[in-house]
Structure formats: C-alpha cells, structure tokens
Write a protein that binds this ligand. Structure first.
Ligand SMILES: *[C@@H]1O[C@H](CO)[C@@H](O)[C@H](O)[C@H]1NC(C)=O
Ligand SMILES: *[C@@H]1O[C@H](CO)[C@@H](O)[C@H](O)[C@H]1NC(C)=O
Ligand SMILES: *[C@@H]1O[C@H](CO)[C@@H](O)[C@H](O)[C@H]1NC(C)=O
Ligand SMILES: *[C@@H]1O[C@H](CO)[C@@H](O)[C@H](O)[C@H]1NC(C)=O
Ligand SMILES: *[C@@H]1O[C@H](CO)[C@@H](O)[C@H](O)[C@H]1NC(C)=O
Length: 414
C-alpha cells in the first residue's frame, strides 16, 4: 500500500531514489504550496487547503511528462485485487473465472507500474463524488462491457448500503448502474462497430455475414450524446476477412451493398463517429475517451510455446518488453490515432486515447480460457480438448480491465 501514491507526500518523498526532473519540478510546486498552505493555515486556522495540492500535483505529472502506458507489471498481492470477485454483486458470469473453477488466482495480483511516475490510487468515493449528478457511458463491444463491469465493481465496493445502488438491465442495448446516493449513472451501451450494423442486437449478434452502415450512427448516438463522460472502443468486430458496407437502410430493398476492405470501412465508421461528436457533443461538458485495441492470446507460438496451444493453462506473464501479438493491427491503431488527431487539430475537439494495448499484451494469463459460463453446452470433443473452447479474448475480473480503469481514473483527474 505504502508504495502507491495516496497523496503528495508519497510522490515527493516516498520515492526519493528515483528522483527525476519531473519529480523535482513537482516538489518545487509542492514546496510553494506547502509554504502557502502553512501561511494560510496561520491566516485561517485550518489546513483545509492541503487536499487541493493533491490535484495540482497530479496535473504536474501529466501525459507529456510521464507516459502512463509505458511501464511494467509488478506482483502486488497486498493491494490487489482492488475488490473481491464474490463480493461484487454485479459480476458477469463471462468474467468470473474463480467462480467457474479457476484456481490459480495470481492474475488478480498484478499492479501496473509506469516507468517514470506512479498511478494514483483508485479512490471510489472520490470518483463517485466527481460523478455526482453525472452520467458516464461506456460505448462499444464486449471488451468495453468488461471494463464497465470492472468499473461497476470498483465503485460498488465503496457503496455498502444495498438500497443505494441499482442496476437496470432490461435486455436492451443500454444497461444502467446507478449510485443513488450520488445520482450518478454509469452505463454500458452495446454498439460493437460504433456505427449501425447487423450485430447491434445485444444478444443475437453472431451472424455469418457482417454488414455495417458506415454512415449511420444516430440511432445509437442519441442514447449517449448527453453524457458527461464517454468511453468508446471498437476494434475486434472489425477483424473479419469480409465486411459489407450498406448504403441505405436494412429495411430498404434498394440498399446498395458493397464489400469494402476492412481498414477502409473502419476508417469510414470512425469518420462518421468523429463527425457526430464534432456536431453534437457539448464540449463545455463532455469528456471523451477511446480505449485502444485489446490484444488476444490465441496463438501460443507467438510467445514461443507450441503451435497447438493458446492462453489455456498459462499462469505467467510475457516478459519480453517488445512483445506484440500478430492479432494487434498497428495499421488499424493508426487509423484511430489519425482520426482523433484530426478531430483535435482541425475541429478543436479532444478525445483522449487510453492506450491499453501494449500493457495488456504481456498478460497472456489474464483471460478466462475455460473458466467462464458456457452459454451453449459443450460437445464431448470440446470437453476432451479444452483449448478448443478457451476464451483468450476477454479478461478475468478482478484483473487486467481494473488497471484500464485506473488509467482512465488518472486521466479523469488529470
Ligand atoms: C503474497 O505472495 C507471497 C509470495 O508469493 C506469499 O508468500 C504471501 O503469502 C502472499 N500473501 C497473500 C496475502 O496472499
Ligand atoms: C478517498 O476520497 C475521499 C473523498 O475525496 C476522501 O475523503 C478519502 O480520504 C479518500 N481516501 C483515501 C484512502 O485516500
Ligand atoms: C441526476 O443526474 C442526471 C444525469 O444522470 C442529471 O441530468 C440530473 O439533473 C441529476 N439530478 C439532479 C437533481 O441534479
Ligand atoms: C429500465 O430500462 C428500460 C429500457 O432501457 C426502461 O424502459 C425502464 O423504464 C427502466 N426501468 C427502470 C425501473 O428504470
Ligand atoms: C499505443 O502505444 C504503442 C506502444 O506502446 C504505440 O505503438 C501505439 O501507436 C499507441 N497507440 C495509440 C492509439 O496511441
């Protein structure tokens, strides 16, 4: 616990060994505040000003000075997990690996340590206070839903009165978690390709052929445009050999279908998305985030194990810093970066990228593999070969997505 920054004192004096220029600067700022605080404490007979300096310090530690996404995993079973799987009433059976039989639990015990600074400690009360009378919506696919479940569990662990929380999952695209004591709403909205598609049904979306309406987003977007914090993702659903783009509506018999290269249709969709944001989002109110692609671990030969294996039975991390799986498409990542940069430079609208890709690459042991609910009964053949039905895409909770939320938290308070 002590190693994590709970306050300013830990930042400046707790890690004097690695005293960098940034920290030196930070400590100067702090020294100035301390002088001011002591002075004002004399003036007003109170030290209330001190907590303010915590925020000031963290903004001094901003992304330009410290890349939060570059770092290493440190085993830390004192502070992690941040909540208990069994105690989170809103846990998803898709992600509750321990409940479904996983017994090696060290995947819950890893802390992300950036190279040149520390992540602030996740304080659920502080975030809930920030979200008072606000609405935060995670928009995207099942990976984003996993991150949303993680966020709900992180917040839930600080709300002890069961009457003060409420979940509305009525089977529509929108799932709402409410922290009633704060009038805060933390929602998930299913929209795996960001634009309209034939996979928009939150339950029945596994179709043989993928069709997107790359130019249409309004049907979805009107549900979330008014939010205070929006957290988007969209990647894996585009990893298809063939995607058809539809001009016209699904009901229109004269619609034009055209097979378009994946990267091009992705670009079209992100353009539609960014134009919507530019026109409809209230920039004085809404903060925008995009979660970068989540890596998968489906081919063990990529990390030097045998070719017939995948993430199943993995218990260790990948230690090669440079490691990147072949499923991680840097061209698609570039499309996201370009779209977001253009939105900023030409339209003045800022979307912050939470770059979880590289840090998640190392976590080949963090997936559910066979330890999750099976929606369809397994065949005998599958049972005899667990690798064949292992989920090496999603992430166990508590686990990797909690760290994504710690990064998001750091950005929210930056
Ligand atoms: C934490 O891990 C260490 C080293 O593996 C082990 O000795 C210790 O018992 C663990 N503590 C807890 C609380 O799990
Ligand atoms: C968490 O935040 C709340 C509200 O800002 C604060 O009162 C509390 O001291 C914080 N807890 C920790 C452990 O820092
Ligand atoms: C409660 O939160 C919603 C946003 O989710 C907001 O629109 C509404 O104004 C809030 N209510 C009050 C009484 O502040
Ligand atoms: C739950 O959500 C559905 C649709 O999203 C809505 O129609 C219903 O009124 C909500 N129920 C409650 C109790 O808020
Ligand atoms: C994320 O970080 C990786 C390296 O850590 C970099 O190659 C990539 O361009 C970054 N992606 C985005 C979207 O910023």
């Amino acid at each position: 616990m002590a190693a994590r920054n709970q306050n300013l004192v830990a930042i400046t004096w707790g890690s004097s060994v690695k005293f960098s220029i940034v920290q030196f600067f930070v400590s100067l700022v702090f020294a100035a505040f301390l002088v001011a605080a002591v002075y004002m404490a004399h003036e007003y007979g109170t030290f209330k000003i001190i907590p303010v300096t915590v925020d000031v310090t963290f903004s001094g530690n901003s992304e330009s000075e410290c890349n939060l996404f570059s770092g290493k995993w440190v085993f830390d079973n004192k502070s992690y997990p941040l909540y208990k799987e069994k105690e989170c009433k809103f846990m998803s059976d898709q992600l509750a690996c321990n409940k479904f039989g996983r017994e090696d639990l060290s995947y819950q015990n890893w802390r992300w340590q950036p190279h040149h600074c520390d992540l602030p400690r996740f304080n659920a009360t502080r975030l809930l206070e920030n979200l008072r009378n606000k609405r935060m919506v995670f928009v995207g696919d099942s990976l984003n839903r996993g991150q949303w479940v993680s966020m709900v569990c992180l917040l839930d662990s600080s709300i002890h009165d069961p009457n003060m929380k409420f979940m509305n999952n009525s089977g529509s695209n929108l799932i709402t978690f409410k922290a009633l004591g704060y009038n805060a709403s933390i929602d998930f909205y299913w929209e795996p390709l960001l634009v309209e598609s034939n996979s928009d049904d939150p339950v029945n979306h596994k179709l043989p052929e993928r069709i997107v309406r790359s130019h249409s987003i309004e049907k979805h977007a009107r549900v979330w445009t008014d939010a205070d914090i929006l957290v988007f993702n969209s990647y894996l659903w585009w990893k298809q050999p063939h995607i058809k783009v539809l001009w016209g509506s699904f009901k229109d018999e004269n619609g034009i279908y055209k097979e378009v290269e994946t990267i091009r249709s992705y670009e079209l969709a992100l353009k539609t998305w960014s134009e919507w944001l530019e026109i409809h989002v209230d920039r004085t109110k809404t903060r925008l985030f995009f979660i970068s692609m989540s890596p998968t671990h489906e081919k063990a030969e990529e990390w030097g194990a045998s070719s017939d294996q995948n993430c199943y039975s993995e218990t260790d991390l990948i230690t090669n810093d440079e490691y990147s799986g072949r499923g991680t498409d840097s061209k698609m990542m570039k499309v996201v970066e370009n779209t977001i940069n253009e939105l900023k430079t030409t339209r003045g609208l800022k979307v912050e990228i939470i770059n979880i890709t590289q840090l998640s690459e190392y976590r080949k042991e963090g997936h559910p593999s066979i330890y999750r609910k099976q929606w369809v009964p397994l065949s005998e053949e599958q049972v005899s070969n667990p690798r064949s039905y292992s989920d090496c895409i999603h992430w166990c909770l508590p686990g990797v997505p909690d760290v994504w939320n710690e990064l998001l938290y750091a950005y929210i308070f930056q």
